[in-house]
Design a protein around this ligand. Structure first.
Ligand SMILES: [Zn+2]
Ligand SMILES: [Zn+2]
Length: 327
């Protein structure tokens, strides 16, 4: 039986790109050390920071919250989680349970935003009424609500659970269509725009999808194993993932190298052009007069719902004692 390269206890993982075997404890340390290094190297956090974690209930967000919680006292930041109940049938019911269980286990205050309660509708219905594909509506709604929550709780950064596999695929996809502005958003960190958009950090920037899964599993972090019923396996992303995986197979560590190189050159990519304004309804960031969330909800529900979402989150944050924020 292979033994841990550090302590010679029985190994549970082989890290191919570093040619080492690790036991359970050293594996957990290995992942937390990767996150620690990413936080430091890319200057993602500071002492006294309030980090808002987007907690979906899937493996990556569980690993993200688990690792950030483990490093909480070392860096001196504070964690708050937000979970959006999308109303995607059983999938959302189970995601919500996993998110609640995890937040409780790690003692992180959780703001829950159920769309059925706040908007009186769900993602499938909203996509139908707005005549748009569910995945694009869902992505936009999640981005909007996460940012709104970060603004309301006065977070210093939003932490996202994107792993190296996801990011390598987005990077390649954007490169193939020469969408260089999209690539400019794939770095480890983006800056805040006044109080209208809170900057994002990706602490799992150099963590593989498989590594993230094993970490959550070994640490006993609750997470949902199922994928969303709307996932389309014919999507370009799925094909590109196969391509990148076969390259990784031949050159272990390829994805991590790709993303570290991108991080070094991220400033050379053109930023999205055009003016940055405030939505006339909700006051959050937009390229025009009305943000995409208020536009879609106005079209589908007859009312721009941004202000209601902000008010809902504010009342939840008040109840949790998160605001007014003590600095
Ligand atoms: Zn060991
Ligand atoms: Zn708006």
């Amino acid at each position: 039986m292979p033994r841990c390269s550090i302590c010679s206890k029985p190994a549970i993982a082989y890290i191919r790109y570093q040619r080492k075997y690790l036991c359970r404890d050293h594996y957990i340390e290995f992942i937390e050390d990767k996150v620690r290094r990413a936080l430091r190297k890319y200057k993602m956090v500071g002492k006294g920071y309030r980090i808002l974690v987007a907690l979906s209930g899937g493996k990556d967000s569980s690993t993200l919250l688990g690792a950030l919680a483990a490093l909480r006292s070392e860096f001196g930041y504070e964690l708050v989680a937000v979970h959006i109940d999308l109303g995607i049938y059983e999938y959302s019911v189970k995601s919500k349970m996993a998110a609640e269980e995890l937040a409780k286990k790690l003692e992180v205050p959780l703001i829950e935003v159920p769309l059925s309660e706040v908007l009186g509708t769900t993602i499938p219905e909203l996509a139908n009424k707005g005549r748009r594909p569910p995945c694009s509506v869902c992505g936009m709604v999640k981005r909007y609500i996460t940012n709104a929550a970060a603004v309301e709780v006065e977070a210093d950064a939003v932490a996202l659970g994107h792993n190296a596999d996801d990011l390598a695929v987005y990077n390649l996809k954007s490169f193939l269509s020469q969408d260089l502005e999209a690539i400019s958003k794939l770095g480890p960190k983006t800056e805040s725009v006044e109080e209208a958009a809170i900057g994002r950090i990706r602490p799992l920037y150099l963590v593989y999808e498989k590594e993230s899964f094993l970490y959550a599993y070994l640490k006993g972090l609750p997470f949902l194993h199922e994928e969303c019923p709307f996932v389309d396996h014919r999507q370009m992303e799925v094909k590109l993932k196969e391509v990148v995986n076969s390259l990784e197979e031949e050159r272990p560590g390829m994805k991590i190298q790709m993303m570290s190189k991108l991080a070094l050159r991220i400033k050379d990519y053109p930023k999205p052009q055009g003016k940055i304004g405030r939505c006339k309804y909700c006051g959050l960031i937009t390229g025009g007069d009305v943000c995409s969330f208020c536009r879609l909800t106005k079209k589908a529900l007859g009312e721009p719902m941004g202000p209601k979402v902000r008010e809902y989150i504010r009342s939840k944050a008040l109840k949790l004692g998160l605001i007014p924020r003590r600095l």
